[in-house]
Design a protein around this ligand. Sequence first.
Ligand SMILES: [Zn+2]
Length: 57
Amino acid sequence: MAKKKRKQYVKLQCTQCGSVNYFVKKSKGMDSSGGKLSLRKYCPHCRKHTLHKEMKR
Ligand SMILES: [Zn+2]
């Protein structure tokens, strides 16, 4: 039973309305800070760019 390595996909949730708008593959470069990923992305719900934060599965 070999466990496959899971690709690190993370959800990005809008901090304004809480909807999950993006799935991103976490890269090593992004991880360097050690903190949680947060990106400014367009939220179709808020209809503007908002801060999206990583949600751990
Ligand atoms: Zn939103």
